[in-house]
Design a protein around this ligand. Structure first.
Ligand SMILES: Cc1ncc(COP(=O)(O)O)c(C=O)c1O
Length: 403
């Protein structure tokens, strides 16, 4: 039997009060938000009102600043980069960016090592745009030599799309060397930073990428419902007429917003108000380095605790992003994921099924309004649930090895 760490610990009353939640979402999103973020949604906003226009402008400015971790050109307030928000989830922003930036005669190379890279390929097919995938296994990162030879071998490729943290597995893709390679080959890079933006360092200007795409949810800890692209202004200026979509045309959205500060169509006002509060809380935590520190601590507590219980993480430490951790499903027949999930949820911790194609797995997230003490309590609760279920062996079916 795995070593029991402690008695099950429900989220402490003080923590439940500070988030307004009885449950913590240890998932890739939607995530646990603070009470302040939830309370910010209690007010109604007029979408054409100067107060909302100012809130919108401040959010866009803050996002461009976050995108320039080193305080480079993008931090100057938007001379090089602009933030274009779109209604909807992260996928809407990805689709808007691909449809606007890759012209009808362009071609996209997608670096695929999980479901979100695959999704970009699907989007390109739906848009009727040319795309090719360079695919590696879900627990591997791309060989840069192969990226280079693919680009050199296909001059039709105009753009490259890469996922920063591929949330399918939790793997951290080496975005800096990828960006260098793409830049050296004279192509434009689009980064899906959905599950990393605001917590993992990323400097859009230093990477010289064309666009970084993320959402209000995930590491910035807002409510879901709005996505955005932070786009190099000179690139976007050349994209008029590219998009086959009216609602998801980033160029039109940008031009309209620059013109009168307003959204073209009904904005997600409450989501924006919550996001503004979330960005203030992000700054108060110390911005990207502060948030990274807490997520790193959460991730270390999780992995160490789960390994003590006998679970085997999919990824080696070097490629594990402190965002979400994939664990192999235990071989022990007494381990039933549904029952494990239901018991944990009843005790206040919501985890996530696996998304791997290669091995049975489940995932536990480290992001959102989750503190290290919550993570310690979650691991203690997992230990007691396993004991309750009579699970004695948390090693994976594939190797039977212990972590
Ligand atoms: C890396 C990545 N890209 C894209 C998405 C899609 O975002 P959404 O589910 O908000 O549409 C996700 C969602 O988890 C993600 O993790």
């Amino acid at each position: 039997m795995p070593e029991a760490i402690a008695d099950p610990v429900r989220p402490a009353a003080s923590r439940a009060a500070s988030t307004g939640n009885q449950q913590f979402l240890l998932t890739p999103g939607p995530l646990t938000t603070s009470l302040g973020v939830k309370q910010a949604m209690l007010k109604d906003w007029g979408s054409r009102d100067p107060a909302f226009i100012a809130l919108n402008a401040d959010i866009r400015h803050r996002l461009v600043t976050i995108a320039a971790a080193s305080g480079g050109a993008a931090a100057s307030g938007g001379n090089d980069f602009v933030c274009v928000p779109v209604q909807g989830s992260g996928t809407f922003a990805i689709e808007a960016t691909l449809g606007t930036l890759v012209p009808p005669d362009g071609k996209l190379l997608v670096l695929v090592n999980g479901a979100y890279g695959e999704r970009m390929m699907k989007i390109m097919q739906r848009l009727g745009r040319r795309a090719t995938a360079l695919t590696v296994a879900e627990d591997k990162t791309h060989d840069l030599g192969e990226v280079q030879s693919t680009l050199q071998g296909d001059p039709a490729i105009t753009h490259v799309a890469a996922v920063h943290c591929e949330t399918t597995s939790g793997i951290l893709n080496p975005i800096e060397p990828i960006a260098d390679q793409v830049h050296a080959e004279g192509r434009a890079l689009i980064v899906d930073a959905m599950s990393s933006f605001g917590a993992l360092p990323l400097d859009a200007a230093a990477l010289s990428c064309a666009a970084v795409v993320a959402s209000s949810n995930k590491c910035l800890e807002g409510a879901p419902g709005m996505g955005y692209a932070i786009v190099r202004q000179d690139v976007l200026a050349g994209c008029e007429g590219n998009s086959p979509s009216l609602a998801l045309d980033l160029f039109d959205q940008w031009r309209a917003m620059e013109g009168n500060g307003q959204w073209r169509f009904t904005p997600p006002t409450h989501v924006m108000a919550a996001f503004h509060q979330a960005l203030i809380e992000h700054e108060a935590e110390g911005g990207v380095p502060g948030r990274y520190r807490r997520y790193r601590q959460n991730c270390d507590i999780l992995i160490e605790g789960m390994q003590k219980l006998g679970f085997r993480p999919l990824l080696p430490a070097a490629s594990q992003a402190p965002v979400i951790v994939t664990f192999h499903m235990p071989a022990d027949p007494r381990f039933d994921f549904k029952s494990f999930y239901d018991r944990l949820a009843a005790l206040g911790y919501v985890i996530y099924p696996g998304k791997l194609t290669v091995a049975p797995s489940f995932r536990i997230g480290c992001i959102g309004q989750v503190m290290p003490e919550d993570m310690q309590n979650a691991v203690a609760t997992i230990a007691s649930v396993l004991e309750d279920m009579g699970v004695q062996d948390c090693g994976p079916a594939s190797t039977g090895e212990r972590a």
